[in-house]
Design a protein around this ligand. Structure first.
Ligand code: CDP
Length: 211
């Protein structure tokens, strides 16, 4: 069984997907971590995030492996370095290239084969698993998402965070391949006024009758 959770930056997808997977005994695939890991590698090796060809070449030289809740590059788990402002600034550029997305989709599908997965990202219900049994579009007001991110990343300026996620949402929504969209038949859940527990309970109630 596949559960797709898509939505804009800072809507709480990863937190909710981790908790939901735990409640259901599924594994959590954080697809954003894959794109972020490629951005980390590009930054480390001074690869131009605008060059599709160079990024595809880079992808061919490293082993990118999803882990439950994370990602490993050549067997080493990446953690803190996935969420730096430098990565936030380039990840959507890295993720806009069709050939990069095609490779990432393949990695995700292979990893998910034969597994019960809760996956979160932008294109899970539209591209990666369009036949997912459950599709959720998790969203919240820009202000709420910026507040959460600023608190989470303590020290970062709230207005700056708001501008960063708004810019990323725009880039993620405007790209021709795998844009951020509400998948057909997705249940839209607005988390602006909900706690994490309330969101997870709501999703468990949607999934349980089908699991
Ligand atoms: O946690 P947050 O919502 O900020 O981002 P994320 O899920 O870690 O994703 C980071 C970036 O990766 C997004 O802004 C997209 O540019 C890209 N991404 C994507 O293109 N497709 C996905 N399925 C997941 C992430």
């Amino acid at each position: 069984m596949k559960i797709a959770i898509d939505g804009p930056a800072g809507a709480g997808k990863s937190t909710v997907a981790t908790a939901l997977a735990r409640r259901l005994g599924f594994v959590h695939l954080d697809s954003g971590a894959l794109y972020r890991a490629l951005a980390v590698m590009a930054l480390r090796q001074a690869v131009d995030p605008a060059s599709e060809r160079d990024l595809v070449h880079l992808l061919g030289t490293v082993q990118l492996t999803p882990l439950p809740d994370g990602v490993a590059v050549d067997g080493l788990e990446l953690d803190q370095e996935l969420r730096t402002p430098a990565v936030d600034a380039v990840v959507s550029k890295v993720a806009q290239h069709p050939a990069v997305r095609a490779a990432m989709v393949q990695i995700q599908r292979q990893w998910g084969q034969g597994r019960d997965v809760v996956a979160d990202g932008r294109d899970i219900g539209t591209v990666v698993w369009p036949d997912a049994e459950v599709k959720i579009f998790l969203t919240a007001s820009l202000a709420a998402r910026a507040d959460r991110r600023a608190t989470e990343q303590g020290g970062l300026e709230r207005l700056q965070v708001e501008q960063e996620i708004a810019r990323r949402d725009e880039k993620d929504s405007d790209r021709p391949v795998g844009p951020l969209r509400v998948a057909p038949h997705a249940v839209v859940v607005d988390t602006t006024a909900l706690t994490v527990e309330e969101v997870v309970d709501r999703l468990v109630n949607i999934v349980r009758p089908l699991a």
